[in-house]
Design a protein around this ligand. Structure first.
Ligand code: CP
Length: 306
């Protein structure tokens, strides 16, 4: 059985196929409307979510399937002390596939070891978020026509931002990718990703603190929120939370075809005035999340698309 726990669980060819399917779904929604009839998706969310949970549910409903689940640890028997292993054994009796979000890194991996159904990591702590990465890749490929030969700026909380970790892991497998990592010193990319992904694969990257100094070089600017929920004290969060605010003035030095991505939710890091800039792609990105999750559900359930 196949699970999606880490972005590298999918080969580059599998990712390209998923993105092709997602584009096909976007163009031919009706063709996919009944492919999961009789199937159920369980969403096991131990942490808050708007996009990931609802886009998974929309994806399964769009495929003709049904959904069940919980949206907080408090409303599940985790509040009574039930283990992940026991929960997934039971959910395997009720559903055909599940998406799990958990504040603890590695929880979906543990679940996959006890599961009778495919498990999708919908975000585990500050670790990985592979389906957000599929969404990001689909957005980049749709806007740029390729996933190669791009300079990608990742800005904000690179330490705790799991979407950044997964995106770097995935994009590092494509040719001609160069990263510019823009963060305060305290929120730099974790050393294990610099060493095991970037240095180990000779991927060009630089680390800077000022967004303005690198803006004109970027093909993609991936903004991120400072992850309040991962900080050990509120004082540090308050000091760092507004390190970067992308506004109309800063956008003046960006390329005319630079695309702004953000996994959302946004707090202050993109001024609302930027939403009207044609380079702002973050709401389109959220829409792509439904198509790519539909493609992923079909793949993991081994549904044949005729
Ligand atoms: N991008 C993302 O994971 O958003 P949610 O936290 O709303 O699911």
């Amino acid at each position: 059985m196949k699970h999606l726990i880490d972005p590298l669980d999918l080969t580059v060819e599998e990712i390209d196929d998923l993105l092709d399917t997602a584009r096909n779904i976007e163009a031919n929604r009706q063709r996919y409307a009944h492919l999961c009839e009789g199937k159920k998706l369980a969403t096991l969310f131990y942490e808050p979510s708007t996009r990931t949970r609802l886009s998974f549910e929309a994806a399964m409903l769009n495929l003709g399937g049904k959904v069940l689940g919980f949206s907080s640890a408090d409303s599940s028997s985790a509040a009574k002390g039930e283990s992940i292993a026991d929960t997934i054994r039971v959910v395997s009796c009720y559903a055909d596939i599940c998406a799990m979000r958990h504040p603890k890194e590695g929880a979906p991996l543990v679940a996959s070891r006890f599961s009778g159904i495919p498990v999708i990591n919908a975000g585990d702590g500050g670790h990985q978020h592979p389906t957000q990465t599929l969404t990001d890749l689909l957005t980049i490929r749709s806007l740029k026509g390729r996933l190669t030969d791009l300079t990608i700026g990742l800005c904000g909380d690179l330490k705790f931002g799991r979407t950044v970790h997964s995106l770097i892991k995935s994009l590092a497998r494509y040719q001609g990718i160069r990263f510019i990592l823009i963060s305060p010193n305290e929120l730099r990319l974790p050393e294990y990703i610099r060493d095991e992904v970037l240095n180990a694969n000779n991927i060009p990257f630089e680390e800077v603190e000022q967004l303005e100094t690198v803006m004109s070089q970027l093909d993609i600017l991936y903004m991120t929120r400072v992850q309040r929920e991962r900080f050990f004290n509120e004082e540090d969060y308050v000091r760092l939370k507004d390190s970067y605010i992308l506004d109309g003035e800063k956008m003046k030095s960006a390329k005319p075809d630079m695309a702004i991505l953000h996994p959302l939710p946004r707090v202050n890091e993109i001024a609302v005035e930027v939403d009207n800039d044609p380079r702002a792609a973050y709401f389109k990105q959220a829409q792509y999340g439904v198509y790519v999750r539909m493609a992923l559900i079909l793949k993991l359930l081994e549904v044949e698309v005729c």
